[in-house]
Design a protein around this ligand. Structure first.
Ligand SMILES: [Zn+2]
Length: 68
């Protein structure tokens, strides 16, 4: 394998990041998304999930106390 081949082999396998929203190739400007639109969609989804996730801290504390 020549040095040139090694370089080429190194470049090809690089995983081209894909937008988790629409699976288009991600743009470096909006990584890991392809556009501001998809980045905004993900942000909105993330915020919604954080609001709907039930608090686990309380149940964890209960479990610890009952351990004794
Ligand atoms: Zn996208």
């Amino acid at each position: 394998m020549t040095e040139k081949d090694a370089k080429a082999a190194n470049v090809v396998p690089i995983k081209r990041a894909r937008c988790p929203m629409c699976r288009k190739p991600a743009e470096s400007e909006w990584r890991p998304f392809c556009s501001k639109r998809c980045a905004d969609i993900d942000l909105g989804r993330w915020l919604n999930e954080s609001y709907s996730i039930p608090s686990q801290e309380e149940s964890d504390e209960d479990g610890v106390r009952e351990e004794d």
